[in-house]
Design a protein around this ligand. Structure first.
Ligand code: GN1
Ligand code: MG
Length: 358
C-alpha cells in the first residue's frame, strides 16, 4: 500500500517527484474503519486516508459534511469564538478534496497537527474535565449550524432499536457459528429493550443538532508539551443527531479505567468520579444551549451508547468481523464483552449515578 500511495496518490497532491521518493508514509491512529497514514516530506506533512466505502457508502457526503464543519469552525476560530485547532481538508492539485480511484480506493487528506498526542484511557478527573470541556466546546461551536445543512452520512447510525434488530439478524444467521460461545452477551442485550420506551418518549422532545457521533477519547488530540486539549478530530460522522448520544458515547468511554478491548473484565467499571467530572465540564460548556429535556436525557445517553456499541461489536463478531477491523481472533467479542461490562456497571450503580443528573 505504501508504494501505491507514493506512486499514485502523492503526485495527485502536487508533491514534487523528488519529494515523493523520500516521503515517509506510516500508519496513524487506532481507527477501526478507515486506513489512515501520516505522510511527511521535506516541506510538508498531511494525514492521508483511504475511506472505507463499505461503511461510508456515499463518501462524497462525508467530504461535503466534513468540509462544512471545518469551514464553520475555522470561521469561529478566526474571531476567537472557537479555541481549539481545526482539522481542515487538504485539496488535491485539481482543487478537489477527495479522489475516487474506484477499485483502488477513495482517498482524501486532512491537516496534521504537529506536537499532538492521543490517549486511549482517561486516567484522572482533571483529564476527564479537560477532554469533556473540549467536546462540549466543539458541540457548542456547532450549535448555530443548521442541523439539516449536513446530510446523513450513515443513515440510522445511532438508532438503538435498529442496532438491536441487526443483532437479532446476526443471531438468526449465525454465519460464523459463534453464537454458542457468546449467548450470555446476546441474552444480556436482548433483555434491555425497556430502554426503547424511555428513548422513544424522550427523543420526540429533543432538538436535532449537529453532533460528532464518535466522541471517544482517542478522537481528541492533546498537546504533547503540556497535555492540554488541542483539537477534536475524526469529524467524518458529523451529522444531525441528539447531544445525549455525543455525551453518552464520551462518558461510556471515559468512565472505564481499561481500554475498549481489554479482556480484564474484573477491572472494567464505570468510575463515578470520572462521570461526575465529565458531566460538569460538558454541561458547563453548553450551559446556554442545553434544554431541560436534553439535560434530562444525558444519563440515558450513557447507557444507550454503552449498550449500542456492545451490541454492534457483538453483531459484527457473529457476522464474521465484516465491519470493525480486528487485530486478533475474537477481537470483536472482547470489545463487546468490555462494553457490555461497562453497561452492567452503569446499571448496577444507577441509583447513585442518576443523582448526578438531577
Ligand atoms: C468506530 O474508526 P473509529 O474507531 O473512529 C465506529 C464508531 C465506534 C468506534 C468504537 C463509522 O470508530 O461508531 O463507536 O469505532 N465508527 C463507525 O471504537 O462505525
Ligand atoms: Mg477515530
Amino acid at each position: 500500500m505504501v508504494e501505491f500511495i507514493r506512486q499514485t496518490i502523492l503526485p495527485l497532491y502536487g508533491i514534487a517527484e523528488s519529494e515523493v521518493t523520500n516521503a515517509s508514509i506510516s500508519p496513524l491512529g487506532n481507527g477501526h474503519i478507515n486506513q489512515t497514514y501520516l505522510v511527511r516530506w521535506s516541506t510538508g506533512q498531511m494525514v492521508l486516508q483511504k475511506i472505507n466505502t463499505t461503511v461510508f457508502k456515499v463518501p462524497d457526503v462525508l467530504i461535503d459534511n466534513a468540509t462544512k464543519v471545518s469551514q464553520h469552525l475555522n470561521k469561529k476560530a478566526k474571531t476567537g469564538e472557537y479555541q481549539l485547532a481545526v482539522i481542515s481538508p487538504i485539496p488535491l492539485k485539481n482543487g478537489k478534496f477527495a479522489v475516487d480511484l474506484a477499485d483502488n480506493g477513495f482517498w482524501r487528506s486532512i491537516s496534521y497537527l504537529a506536537n499532538s498526542a492521543t490517549i486511549e484511557v482517561v486516567s484522572n478527573e482533571d483529564e476527564a474535565k479537560m477532554a469533556a470541556s473540549a467536546f462540549g466546546h466543539f458541540a457548542s461551536a456547532l450549535s448555530d449550524l443548521d442541523a439539516n445543512s449536513l446530510q446523513d452520512v450513515i443513515p440510522n447510525f445511532l438508532n438503538l432499536p435498529q442496532r438491536i434488530e441487526q443483532l437479532k439478524q446476526a443471531v438468526t444467521d449465525d454465519k460464523s457459528q459463534r453464537l454458542a460461545a457468546c449467548q450470555q452477551w446476546v441474552d444480556l442485550v436482548l433483555t434491555q429493550q425497556n430502554l426503547f420506551d424511555e428513548l422513544s418518549s424522550i427523543e420526540q422532545e429533543l432538538p436535532l443538532r449537529i453532533c460528532h457521533n464518535d466522541t471517544k477519547i482517542n478522537n481528541m488530540l492533546f498537546d504533547k508539551r503540556d497535555m492540554s486539549s488541542m483539537a477534536v478530530i475524526d469529524i467524518d460522522t458529523c451529522m444531525k443527531g441528539y447531544l445525549m448520544y455525543d455525551f453518552g458515547d464520551m462518558v461510556r468511554g471515559f468512565c472505564s479505567p481499561e481500554e475498549e478491548d481489554s479482556t480484564a473484565l474484573d477491572k472494567v467499571i464505570a468510575r463515578p468520579a470520572i462521570i461526575k467530572a465529565a458531566t460538569e465540564a460538558y454541561t458547563t460548556q453548553l450551559s446556554n444551549i442545553l434544554t431541560a429535556t436534553e439535560k434530562r436525557s444525558l444519563w440515558l445517553g450513557i447507557k444507550v451508547m454503552a449498550l449500542m456499541l456492545g451490541s454492534r461489536f457483538l453483531a459484527d463478531h457473529l457476522n464474521g468481523d465484516v465491519y470493525f477491523g480486528i487485530h486478533r481472533e475474537g477481537h470483536n467479542l472482547d470489545r463487546a464483552a468490555n462494553q457490555l461490562t461497562v453497561y452492567k456497571s452503569l446499571v448496577e450503580q444507577q441509583l447513585h449515578l442518576k443523582t448526578l443528573f438531577e
